[in-house]
Design a protein around this ligand. Structure first.
Ligand SMILES: C[S@@+](CC[C@H](N)C(=O)[O-])C[C@H]1O[C@@H](n2cnc3c(N)ncnc32)[C@H](O)[C@@H]1O
Length: 504
C-alpha cells in the first residue's frame, strides 16, 4: 500500500463532541427530523484516522454500530490495536480511499467527515459529498467540517509564506520547524502593534506545539477554503440540504447590535449564514446536512425536546441562591467561567438543573421545577414574574452559550466518589498516555497534572481511599510524595467526579 503524508507523520485522533452521534441526533431532532437515537444508531466516519473519535462512542453505545474509513494504513492499524485491547466489536476500522471506497448497502444514520473536505483533492471532495448523499439514511444527518471563507483568506497569508520558505524541504519532519522559522523571521520584521503581527499571531495560535497539525493543515498540499453558499451548492447538487451548524451557538445572532440582528433575522436562512461568515471573518465551519425533501424547520418547538435530556455544569456561586428573587444570580461554569443571569426563567432553569441529576433531566421535569421555583415563598416575588412564560427561549439562549447542554443520550457517569472509585478502562488508557480523556458527559478533559494522570490510571475499582493513597505514593516521584494526603486525594477524586470521569 502507498504511504500517505498521514503515515509519515501521524495525526493523533481525538473525540469531537460536536461531531458525535449524540450531537447529530440532538440537532437533527431540534430541527424537526426523526433522527435515530445514538444508543442504536449506525455511524460512518470518513477520514477517521486512528479512530480516536469513534472509540469512545463505540464504548458508550455497545448496541450501536460504527464504521471508520481512512487512507492511512498506520493510523488504522493503531486504531485496531486499541479495539483489540478494549474488546470492542461494534466498531470496524477499514483502510480505504474516499475516492473509491464502498461502505456497503446499509444506510447510516450519521456520517461524519471532520477535517477532511478542504484538505483533499477536488475529485475526493466531490466523492465525499456523493458518498454522504448515497449512504445517508432517510432521516440521517451528515457532518462535514471545512475551512471557510472569508477567514480562510487570512489563513493563507502565513500558509503562503511558510510553503514558500519550505519549498525545497521534502522531509515532513523538518518542514514544520523550518516553517516556524519563517514566521519568526516575519514577526521580527514588524513592530509590536502592527496589523501584520496581529494577523500572523492570530492565525498561528492554534498550532502552538503541534507540528503534526501545522504540517497537515497550513503546510498541506491541498488546503481549499470555501464559501458557505458554495458548499451548500455542492451539497444541493448531490441531493442534500442544509440542516444546521453542529455548534448551536454558531447560528445565533444574539451578540449583534439590535439593528444588525434585525436585518440578519429578516434574511432567508442560508443568506443569513453567509452574511454571518462575512461579519465574523469565519474560517471554519462544521455544517450538518440532510436529504432534500425533508422539512427542516429551525424554529425549535417544545415537542421536539421529548426524548432529549437537559443538564448543566454551571453551579450557583451562592448555594442558597433564590431564583425567584429579583436580583441577578452569579453562576460558575468550569469551562465558560463565571457569569450572571438576570432573566428569571434563565436563573430558575440553571438552578433547577444544578440541583437535579447532572446526568440529565427531561424538559417536562425541568419546566415543572422552574414553575415551582418561580412561585417563590413571598407573594410579591411571584407577582413580579410571569410563570406562564414559555421556558424554551431561555433554554435555547443558554444552550447557544454552552451554559446548558441538550443531549440525546442520558450521561452515564457516577455522580459521587464511591468507596472504590473507578474510571473506565479507556479513560485510564488515555490518562496513561497523557492524552485528553473523554468523560461520561461526552466532553474532553485534559488532566492538568501528572499526579492526576497517575491517579486516574490507578482507578480500576479495586482500591479504597487508603489503598489508593498508598499506590499513588508508590507511583509518584519522591519530591511529589510529601504533598500527598487523604485530604488532597479526596479533593482530586471530587474533581474527577465533578468532571464526569468516574463510573459506577
Ligand atoms: C486532518 S486528518 C483528520 C482525522 C480525523 N478526522 C480527525 O479530525 O482527527 C485527515 C484524515 O483524512 C484521511 N484522508 C485523507 N485523504 C483521504 C482519502 N482520500 N480517503 C480516506 N481518508 C483520507 C487522512 O489519512 C487523515 O487521517
Amino acid at each position: 500500500m502507498e504511504t500517505t503524508p498521514y503515515d509519515q507523520v501521524r495525526y493523533p485522533g481525538k473525540f469531537y463532541p460536536q461531531a458525535s452521534a449524540d450531537r447529530l441526533a440532538t440537532l437533527g431532532r431540534l430541527c424537526g427530523l426523526a433522527s435515530a437515537l445514538p444508543a442504536r444508531c449506525r455511524l460512518l466516519e470518513l477520514g477517521c484516522g486512528d479512530g480516536g473519535h469513534l472509540i469512545p462512542q463505540a464504548l458508550a453505545f455497545p448496541q450501536a454500530r460504527f464504521v471508520g474509513i481512512d487512507l492511512a494504513a498506520t493510523a488504522i492499524a493503531e486504531g485496531r490495536q486499541a479495539l483489540a485491547a478494549l474488546g470492542l466489536d461494534n466498531l470496524e476500522l477499514r483502510v480505504g480511499d474516499i475516492g473509491e471506497v464502498d461502505p456497503g448497502p446499509e444506510p447510516f444514520d450519521f456520517i461524519v467527515a471532520h477535517g477532511v473536505l478542504s484538505w483533499v483533492p477536488a475529485t475526493v471532495r466531490q466523492r465525499l459529498m456523493d458518498l454522504c448523499a448515497r449512504c445517508l439514511a432517510p432521516q440521517g444527518v451528515a457532518y462535514i467540517s471545512y475551512s471557510a471563507l472569508p477567514g480562510g483568506y487570512l489563513r493563507h497569508v502565513p500558509r503562503d509564506l511558510m510553503r514558500f520558505h519550505t519549498r525545497a524541504i521534502a522531509d515532513p519532519q523538518q518542514r514544520p520547524r523550518a516553517a516556524r522559522e519563517a514566521v519568526d523571521f516575519m514577526l521580527a520584521a514588524v513592530p509590536g502593534q502592527a496589523f501584520t503581527r496581529e494577523l500572523i499571531e492570530r492565525e498561528m495560535a492554534g498550532f502552538e506545539g503541534k507540528d503534526y497539525f501545522l504540517l497537515h493543515d497550513l503546510l498541506a498540499e491541498d488546503n481549499e477554503p470555501l464559501y458557505f453558499l458554495d458548499f451548500i451548492d455542492a451539497a444541493t447538487a448531490c441531493g442534500l440540504q442544509y440542516l444546521a451548524e453542529a455548534e448551536f451557538g454558531a447560528m445565533s445572532t444574539a451578540a449583534y447590535p439590535g439593528p444588525v440582528r434585525r436585518r440578519l433575522e429578516a434574511m432567508p436562512r442560508l443568506e443569513r449564514e453567509q452574511y454571518i461568515d462575512f461579519l465574523q471573518l469565519r474560517r471554519f465551519r462544521q455544517t450538518l446536512l440532510c436529504r432534500q425533501g425533508l422539512v427542516v424547520d429551525p424554529a425549535v418547538t417544545e415537542p421536539r425536546l421529548d426524548g432529549l435530556w437537559l443538564s448543566t455544569r454551571a453551579l450557583p456561586a451562592c448555594p442558597d441562591a433564590e431564583p425567584h428573587a429579583a436580583a441577578a444570580l452569579e453562576f460558575r461554569h468550569p469551562y465558560q467561567g463565571s457569569f450572571r443571569a438576570a432573566e428569571p426563567l434563565a436563573k430558575a432553569l440553571l438552578c433547577a438543573l444544578a440541583a437535579g441529576d447532572p446526568r440529565g433531566m427531561r424538559y417536562a421535569d425541568a419546566s415543572a421545577a422552574v414553575a415551582r421555583a418561580l412561585q417563590g415563598p413571598a407573594p410579591e416575588a411571584a407577582a413580579r414574574l410571569a410563570p406562564a412564560a414559555p421556558l424554551l427561549p431561555a433554554l435555547l439562549a443558554l444552550y447557544a452559550r454552552d451554559l446548558v447542554e441538550i443531549h440525546a443520550a442520558r450521561w452515564t457517569h457516577a455522580t459521587a466518589v464511591g468507596e472504590r472509585p473507578r474510571a473506565s478502562p479507556y479513560v485510564r488508557r488515555l490518562a496513561e498516555r497523557g492524552a485528553p480523556v473523554v468523560n461520561g458527559a461526552h466532553g474532553t478533559f485534559l488532566l492538568p497534572t501528572p499526579m492526576l494522570r497517575r491517579l486516574v490510571a490507578l482507578l480500576d475499582g479495586t482500591r479504597d481511599a487508603a489503598e489508593l493513597l498508598e499506590a499513588l505514593v508508590a507511583a509518584s516521584p519522591p519530591d511529589e510524595r510529601e504533598a500527598l494526603s487523604p485530604e488532597s486525594l479526596q479533593r482530586r477524586l471530587l474533581l474527577l467526579a465533578q468532571n464526569a470521569l468516574l463510573v459506577d
